[in-house]
Design a protein around this ligand. Structure first.
Ligand code: GAL
Length: 848
């Protein structure tokens, strides 16, 4: 049986590498202790040198191999090392790998010492080498450095399963086809006869802990009281090579004959009846456990898959035969301070944020393959994925291109059984045409996976289309013009079409920008989505981007941050985040996108309020008095699933009620007051002057009273400020309420995402959000309170322990350190009482 040993604790790290560091007897006691995922340097939040993480470093780890494993092969598996790795085992060079975003394996059987200690040394080159994508020219993101994903060791039999690819076919019929391709490695060139078996069953995670806390779209799974899925019964039948099974479980069986070849492929197929589909609303997952036995060999391999059919066609995208408009965001995998080096729970959380806090149904992994943990969670949540090879605008020489081709292979081999992945990106993002190179990437992709379409992300019109889908970064929108280009013009008449970026650098927006800017940022995203929904040809639009990110000095706002996210780097929402979230149907949203504080606006005029909501209508109460009911603006956004509610009339029928005006007079006065807002009193068009004159005549209203009405109902300047309450209704049921303008005593809230740190294969992390809010819970966007942290117990704080809030909020992460116990963090500031949060840390059980 194969043994898998995580190798993530107990490393030693040095920020340099010298000849001799790889020798087993080298004294590394001066190195720093390290755990994986590891960042070669902890960076400040912003304003640092983009070269700070570009250096060559050394990682060393001792490991014991038992004598009883003497007959096993010893394979090291690296999930991601940025960006060039050279592996030494017991002092001998074993392998190297170029490319920081894809996994590689390294067989160290020949160098292994059984029944004793072995020393693994990895030289890690994190400089931006011209021979490795995406480097060679400028790049709009930092790539960081180090062994930033996990490492494990596999001890396998001499014959072992190297890969399993599960294809599903006929998924829309009752009898769904499973077609399994098993690659068996035979590095010792043995001969013999073996039995291959595949057990298929519903994935227990489907009903497990992660599903239970998943939020949107997770109420639909059918579960019985014992937490069982009810996805089928036990009856399975077996046969040779063509098998059939029923519902949730089945077995496939076949024979495998080896006559000394280094690797063979075996294909087993079977039909599964009544299996459930994987879909965005109900992502049912199955597990296939493959096993090879015979002649002293017994090896197993597990892979998760789902039954689904995904197709981009010239009239849009279809999932399981149903047309689905894709509403998405791009994700960079970076975090403050530690860059890419975050373990499973932070990766899961990002997928949950995209699904549950941004309400998107697709994410583009810009611009490289991302953590398998992130992809696992996408599969579990029903979040579709566009995955692409590393690269940014620049195509390098032959050697560089061969690394890119390896990247195609490594990406597809890792992720081709995942139901979430619906499209492979096999061009360098926004590069020029290069038919020779891109014919090869497409051929390679199709050889490795004949079930998915390819695309290549472009920023050029009419480019040479070697892929199946024309994917285009469309930055045409400037706020006052069309929101998307004409797909026919960009891609011709026939190609399936998907917009893969929009907005981004066209309107960088900080969470602490003024309100008008934050709202316009949200509206620009909504205009693009509206345009996407209006066009049957366009499969979807994936906005730039989910989260702000650290970048090179050539990009961003000069502080090494690109403020292009709909959330900041801490995953705290800007207004645009609510514009996205309000488009989904699973949970109600009500975000009045204004503080309603008039001093924030030019000439103290708040002309228009946008409420991002999926409620049927919103009732407004001003100073506790009902002003009116307001409905989603179909006129402004005719195609969105949920247009925002736009309020331009904050007066309602108050002029009648409070000033005793007749209906007609009240209407005329309102017209005039709003005309003053639009034109200013000095340039008020004559017709409004006349209108007001008539009202004044009819009601004997003195001029001073007319001016008072303006101050009281429109400008409100110089008066006691108003309070507003908005209530969102679905049918006649009030579902959400929010208040603005109430001020009062502000407070500091400290919100950890979890109360437990649970180690598995490595350490665990948890985010803690700090917000400075008003009494109603609204973040105060111009607060920069200074905060300090103190901690004790079985954990540590990532990043600085003293900082200022940014735009009224900020977050930090804590991490476990390999021990069990309690971990307490106290958050203090001058103005507010200190708050202590406590984590239960379940540390690792095994020391490997
Ligand atoms: C695109 C590019 C992205 C990002 C974006 C900013 O051209 O693909 O990586 O730089 O612009 O809007």
């Amino acid at each position: 049986m194969r043994k898998i040993l995580p190798l993530n604790f107990d490393w030693r790290f040095s920020p340099d590498f010298k000849a001799g560091y790889e020798r087993p007897d080298f004294d590394d006691s001066g190195f720093q202790p390290a755990m994986l995922p590891h960042a070669n340097i902890e960076l400040p939040y912003n304003n640092f040198s983009d070269e700070a993480c570009q250096f060559i470093s050394c990682y060393r780890r001792r490991l014991f191999l038992a004598s009883e494993d003497r007959k096993k092969r010893v394979i090291l598996c690296f999930e991601g090392v940025m960006s060039y790795a050279e592996v030494y085992f017991n002092g001998q060079y074993v392998c190297s790998h170029k490319g920081g975003y894809t996994p590689f394996r390294c067989d160290v059987t020949e160098q292994a010492i059984y029944g004793g200690e072995n020393v693994l040394t990895v030289k890690v080159d994190s400089t931006e080498r011209n021979d490795i994508p995406p480097f060679g020219f400028v790049v709009d993101y930092l790539t960081y450095g180090g062994i930033y994903r996990e490492v494990h060791l596999e001890l396998t039999d001499g014959i072992f399963i190297e890969d399993v690819f599960v294809r599903t076919r006929n998924v829309l019929s009752e009898a769904k086809l499973i077609d399994v391709e098993i690659t068996v490695a035979n590095p010792s060139f043995r001969s013999g006869e073996f039995i291959a078996e595949c057990f298929v069953e519903a994935d227990p995670v489907y009903n497990g802990r992660r599903r239970a806390d998943a939020g949107i779209g997770d109420e639909t799974g059918s579960t019985d009281e014992n937490g069982n899925s009810g996805i089928g019964d036990e009856t399975g039948s077996t046969g040779e090579n063509s098998n059939s099974g029923i519902a949730g479980k089945m077995i496939l069986k076949g024979n495998l004959k080896l006559s000394g070849e280094p690797a063979v492929k075996l294909r087993l197929t079977g039909e599964m009846r009544n299996a459930l589909l994987w879909d965005v609303g109900d992502p049912v997952l199955y597990i296939l456990k493959a096993r090879i036995t015979g002649d002293g060999t017994d090896d197993g391999y597990e892979v998760r898959f789902g039954f689904r059919e995904a197709c981009f066609s010239k009239d849009g995208f279809y999932l399981n035969g149903r047309k689905l408009k894709l509403r998405g965001l791009n994700r960079h995998q970076s975090f403050p301070y530690v860059g890419y080096a975050m373990p499973a729970s932070a990766q899961y959380k990002d997928a949950e944020i995209l699904k549950n806090e941004l309400g998107v149904n697709i994410v583009r992994l810009s611009h490289y393959p991302q953590s398998r943990h992130f992809l696992d969670r996408c599969d579990e949540l029903g979040l579709l994925v566009l995955e692409e090879i590393p690269g940014w605008q620049h195509i390098g020489d032959e050697e560089w291109q061969s690394v890119a081709l390896n990247n195609v292979e490594e990406m597809i081999m890792r992720d081709r059984s995942r139901p979430g992945v619906v499209l492979w990106g096999v061009r360098i993002n926004e590069s020029q045409d290069n038919d020779g190179f891109y014919s090869r990437t497409n051929v390679r992709a199709r050889e490795l996976d004949d079930t998915r379409q390819t695309c290549g992300i472009r920023n050029i019109e009419g480019s040479s289309l070697l892929e199946d889908v024309y994917t285009y970064n469309d930055f045409i929108h400037r706020g006052n013009n069309r929101a998307l280009s004409d797909p026919g013009r960009v891609a011709g008449k026939e190609a399936p079409y998907l917009v893969t970026e929009h907005n981004g650098h066209m309107y960088p927006t900080k969470r602490f920008d003024n309100e008008a800017k934050r709202v316009e940022h949200a509206l620009r995203h909504l205009r693009v989505l509206d345009s996407m929904y209006s066009d049957p040809r366009t499969s979807g639009a994936i906005g730039w981007c989910a989260f702000d990110y650290n970048t090179h000095k050539d990009f961003g706002s000069g502080d090494l941050i690109c403020y292009h996210g709909v959330m900041d780097m801490f995953r705290i929402p800007k207004e645009a985040a609510f514009a996205y979230l309000s488009q989904q149907d699973e949970k109600p949203v009500l975000e009045a996108a204004s503080s309603m504080i008039i001093g924030e606006f030019e000439a103290a005029k708040l002309e228009r309020l946008y409420i991002f909501t999926n409620c049927d209508y919103v009732k407004l109460y001003k100073n506790g008095e009902f002003t009116g009911s307001y409905y989603p603006s179909k006129e402004a956004f005719p195609h969105l699933p949920h247009p925002p509610v736009i309020i331009e009339d904050f007066i309602g029928d108050q002029l009648e009620r409070e000033e005793g005006l007749s209906k007609k007079d009240a209407k005329d006065v309102k017209d005039v007051l709003y005309a003053v807002v639009r034109h200013g009193d000095k340039s008020l068009p004559l017709k409004y002057k006349l209108k007001m004159g008539m009202v004044m005549l009819r009601t004997k209203m003195p001029y001073s009273k007319a001016v008072d009405l303006y101050s009281k109902y429109v400008q409100n300047w110089g008066c006691k400020s108003l309070t507003y309450e908005f209530t969102g209704y679905v049918g006649d049921k009030a579902v959400l309420r929010t208040q603005k303008g109430i001020g009062g005593n502000s407070r500091m809230v400290v919100l950890p995402d979890a109360s437990e740190l649970r180690e598995g294969d490595t350490y665990d992390v948890c985010r803690v959000v700090i917000k400075h809010t008003d009494e109603a819970g609204n973040v105060l966007p111009f607060s920069n309170e200074a905060v300090s942290l103190a901690s004790e117990g079985a954990g540590e704080i990532i990043g600085p322990e003293t900082f200022a809030l940014i735009g009224g909020a900020r977050a930090f992460w804590v991490r476990s350190v390999g021990r069990s116990g309690k971990f307490k963090v106290t958050v203090s500031s001058e103005r507010f009482p200190a708050q202590t949060i406590e984590f239960i840390v379940k540390g690792r059980l095994l020391i490997t």
